[in-house]
Ligand binder design. Structure first.
Ligand SMILES: NC(=O)C1=CN([C@@H]2O[C@H](COP(=O)(O)OP(=O)(O)OC[C@H]3O[C@@H](n4cnc5c(N)ncnc54)[C@H](O)[C@@H]3O)[C@@H](O)[C@H]2O)C=CC1
Ligand SMILES: NCC(=O)COP(=O)(O)O
Length: 339
């Protein structure tokens, strides 16, 4: 049955076929009933999905569909696959052909969600480096989706969410050496505002508490270890408070992820990628979801990458993929109900 609130299935892009994406989507399908997952279909890769499943000893009948609307009726008995893209399946052997398949799947799945034929997008893990070799001009899928939806790249906000923590990196796919120069009062304020609005709209947290990190050790130690806190982060927090947002900080990043500290906020807004993703993955790797906030469409993904090192070995954990599918379904249902 389709999701009761949306009546439409989720669209899953397959990710890099040499990575763990295909086997994890098959694994998620086998656990659809136990996990109470909403209906989903995969865009492309019928042959390699069948091979990925059998290689992992999973009984996953594949059914090719011509229309996303057919996915829900198929889902109970088979994994629905839309589209003809396929490739010889070679787990752990990344190739440009595989990257091209991943890109085609991402673009088609995004298009179907934007057309309203699917209620949300769950992306499989891709290799950014390989995608760049086949014409992908964005640092990541988050920025691609902003472009596809016609919004500025920094209006699409990456949030990592797990059972124990939510974190947002203000700067994302850039060299650490560039971070300080990229930070601005406007960037922090705008992204934090999008986070506050999305936590209310998509997660039902009406008045979210935002904890904003410093950039430097000890949040700058009164300027001794850097002045970005005084020049940029404090004014951004003041502007957020003036706009009615419950924002605290700048917090020394080393102390803001203790259990006691985490009890005091709904989301940690961090200044750079690893400041946000290290604690999330340390606490919640097997249930962590990467969700893009600020988009007109719903998009989630597992928190991990392609894991080429373990692809095809049957040891990859499907928890984060299942969590991403579940979260996309819940967000889509909430949007269908509340707008
Ligand atoms: N959402 C996405 O599409 C993401 C893509 N990537 C891409 O993935 C590629 C590899 O990146 P890495 O930094 O190595 O991260 P990774 O997440 O692929 O792997 C890091 C470590 O975690 C393990 N691991 C990952 N997923 C696992 C799972 N489901 N079960 C058990 N162990 C798992 C891997 O075996 C490896 O030891 C890069 O090309 C990067 O661009 C990375 C993060 C997210
Ligand atoms: N480390 C997170 C990550 O790389 C996810 O990027 P995206 O492809 O979702 O933009």
């Amino acid at each position: 049955m389709p999701d009761a609130q949306t009546g439409r299935p989720l669209a899953c892009s397959i990710g890099d076929p040499a990575g763990v994406g295909p086997e994890l989507i098959c694994k998620a399908w086998t656990r659809r009933e136990a996990e109470g997952l909403p209906p989903f279909f995969v865009v492309g890769g019928a042959g390699l999905l069948a091979q990925a499943a059998s290689g992992r000893g999973l009984d996953v009948p594949i059914e090719v569909i011509d229309d996303a609307a057919d996915a829900a009726s198929v889902f109970g008995e088979a994994l629905p696959v839309l589209g003809s893209g396929d490739i010889d399946y070679s787990p752990a052997e990344p190739s440009r052909g595989g990257a091209k398949l991943a890109l085609d799947s991402l673009e088609s799945a995004t298009g179907l969600v934007m057309l309203g034929e699917a209620s949300g997008l769950v992306t499989g893990p891709v290799s950014k480096g390989l995608l760049a070799t086949v014409g992908f001009e964005h640092p990541g899928q988050t920025e691609f989706l902003a472009h596809a939806c016609g919004i500025a790249a920094d209006e699409a906000v990456m949030m990592l969410a797990g059972p124990n923590l939510r974190t947002v990196p203000i700067t994302v796919h850039c060299a650490l050496a560039e971070v300080a120069a990229m930070l601005s009062i406007r960037l922090i304020g705008r992204k934090a505002m999008i986070v506050a609005e999305a936590l209310a709209r998509d997660f039902g947290i009406e008045r979210p508490r935002l904890a904003i990190s410093g950039l430097n050790p000890h949040a700058g130690e009164d300027g001794k270890f850097g002045d970005e806190e005084a020049r940029i982060i404090v004014p951004a927090i003041e502007a957020l408070r003036a706009a009615g947002i419950e924002a605290s900080g700048p917090h020394p990043a080393d102390a803001m992820f203790t259990p006691r500290a985490r009890a005091g906020y709904d989301v940690a807004i961090c200044m750079y990628h690893d400041q946000a993703l290290v604690p999330l993955k340390a606490l919640d790797f097997d249930a962590g979801v990467n969700v893009t906030l600020g988009l007109p469409i719903v998009r989630t993904s597992a928190d991990h990458g392609t894991a080429f090192d373990i692809a095809g070995k049957g040891i990859a954990d499907a928890g984060a993929t299942i969590a991403a599918i579940r979260m996309a379904g819940e967000m889509a249902a909430r949007r269908a109900m509340h707008g």
